[in-house]
Design a protein around this ligand. Structure first.
Ligand code: FES
Length: 170
């Protein structure tokens, strides 16, 4: 067995954090630093990064000269804001009764197994986020899975695997 190499993970994480912070700085430069700009700034940062990193929220608090708790409070109050990164593709599995009785649990299990994550999580490569939804309102098509904006009705575990395979071919 070879000698294990020291991991570069902490270095990579530090570099990524610095990149994120400099991207947020660029955004902040286009604002005046007024408290009323908090929500527009959060929206802009999320639009650019896909989520609101914790260090970024602290940076925004300093820039606007408001307590960190205010910024965290606003970021967690509104459902539009995400505090963890989401994948480039979002897969939503319906867990409503109509879909449940037609096999949604097996579809969810298959997706969890294939992606190696649980519902509510994102793959480490940030390719997929897996979520469940109460009902899409398309119960006649049950079981329903929505990938990004595309609705797939009468889903089966096999069809779910094929959707993943097609995305990976691209
Ligand atoms: S129960 Fe699944 S779409 Fe309504």
């Amino acid at each position: 067995m070879g000698i294990s190499q020291p991991t570069r993970a902490p270095e990579i994480i530090r570099e990524q954090k610095e990149i994120l912070l400099s991207q947020i700085n660029e955004i902040l430069e286009s604002y005046k630093g007024e408290k009323a700009e908090l929500i527009p700034i959060l929206q802009k940062v999320q639009q650019k990064l896909g989520y609101l990193p914790e260090a970024g929220l602290k940076q925004i608090a300093r820039y606007l000269n408001v307590p960190e708790s205010t910024v965290f409070g606003v970021a967690t109050f509104y459902a539009q804001f995400k505090l963890v990164p989401t994948g480039r593709n979002t897969i939503r599995v319906c867990r409503g009764t109509g879909c449940y009785v037609r096999g949604a649990p097996q579809i969810l299990e298959t997706l969890e197994r294939e992606l190696g994550i649980k519902a509510g999580e994102t793959t480490p490569d940030l390719e997929y986020t897996l979520e469940t939804v109460a009902c899409f309102g398309s119960c006649a098509l049950a079981p329903v899975v929505v990938v990004n904006d595309r609705v797939y009705g009468r889903m089966t575990p096999d069809k779910a695997k094929k959707i993943l395979a097609r995305k990976e071919e691209k």
